[in-house]
Design a protein around this ligand. Sequence first.
Ligand code: GLY
Length: 551
Amino acid sequence: MYAAPPRATPGVTTSKAMVVSAHPEASRIGVEILRRGGNAYDAAVAVQFALAVALPAAGNIGGGGFLLYRAADGQEGALDFRETAPAAATRDMYLDQQGQVITDLSTLGHLAAGVPGTVAGMEALHKKRGKLPWATLVQPAVDLAAKGLALTQKEATGLTSNQAGFRKYNGSAPLAYLRPAGARPWQQGDVIRYPDLARTLERIRDQGRAGFYEGPTADFIVAEMQRGRGIITKQDLQAYQPKWRTPLHGQYRGYDVLTFPPPSSGGVALLQLLQMLEPCDLRAAGWHSPAAVHLITEAQRRVYADRATFLGDPDFGRVPTARLLDKGYTRQRMATTRPHRATASKDMAAGTGLPGYESDQTTHYSIVDAQGNAVSCTTTLNGGYGSKVVVAGAGFLLNNEMDDFSAKPGVPNSYGLVGGVANAIAPGKRMLSSMTPAILLQNNQLKMVVGTPGGSTIITSVLQAILHVVDYDMPMQQAVAAPRLHHQWLPDQIDVEENALLPMTIDSLRQRGYILKPRSAWGRIDAIRVLPDGRLESGADPRGDDSAQGY
Ligand code: GLY
């Protein structure tokens, strides 16, 4: 009865190479680069810049991200191009004189922006792993911005619902995203051209990171900051450095799981969850059965409590990654689970607040090239359209990533996540993230590339994609499309997508003490699975405009 979710339209299968991203134009450009002899890293650079044009809600040059790779020869790397707090940032910068969090200050407008990392990150990737010339990889995005492209229905809706924000946080400079006062709303098929963004991308094409962090683009950013009382300076821009980190490894039912270390909380949390669930026979319990949901939820509750307490930027304090991933520790955490009864989050660890959710706009792309190199990259402005601030003259949106810091211990951010000292604001520090790019291997062979946007839900969505394939034998597309559940310790509730649970399962979970909250669809998982015969099978999330292409 609980054996499987509704059937999904089959994914795409290709024999050699594949790009899955949140926009058909970005996937097309990535595949074009691969066909021209580029490798997966070249394609990643081209896709990243293409998304900055085609997907303004989340694609970016004004944000940051995490890129994980596993090369065909077994080499691996984790590139952290997360934003940093500007030098003038202070721990209490979002608090009023009474010590209360000032509404919207960390989410909207100039003060919400961290120092962007994307352009420096892409250059670092290209220098280390790229094959084709840098200009060849940036040019398709220049062309896209100059010629413009048609809005999808979802993009038209997203831009339309953000018109007030664009008006409020921007000056009188022309703004490609804005409809003139009194005009009809954006509609599917409307073509937007981005001349300022095209010129910024040209500078990046010609000068690499200097085309963004110095010269006219830096001038535009600092002028924009001064107009809106933001604090990012030329020194902040020049000082920004991406970092190469060591990927985390874990095991799950014979798979080696490669994922991202702190300042992502996602990698640690994903591996903790898999360790906690490995002793449980989820397959026998059945997909989304009361027993399986009970176990998965109790694991999630414990892991998100740990996240809030222990995780932050490892360059600013000790993050006890090894301890959190110690098998004895995760076993002991699960030992407090009661059969047939929910644990109350308030009895497990400190923390208050029952927030609402806001947007969860980040984006992910998965790439495998013909040589077998794999890239899993999640990149973000944080909220949809970030801070809503478009840098005048430069034509790109700035992130609102400062909200991923803990503005005040115990007070939830826009994802309802609480944090403490480990994730307090400090100059130059990276804010904690949930982004969870992951790559699965079996006997040293590539098996899956996966990741998603979704703020705090990223970790549980990636977990479910893996469980769906490994425990429930779903094809990749079905694993991605299947309705999802989410629990994050606080608020103490299971978020439930439409059709995720049978009515009798809902009754059974309520009897166990769970609070269930129906919630509209979240996440956009983009994944690639390597089939036993070596072909690639896509999972492009039907919740968005996501697209798998390849050859
Ligand atoms: N801004 C979402 C995240 O990094 O988790």
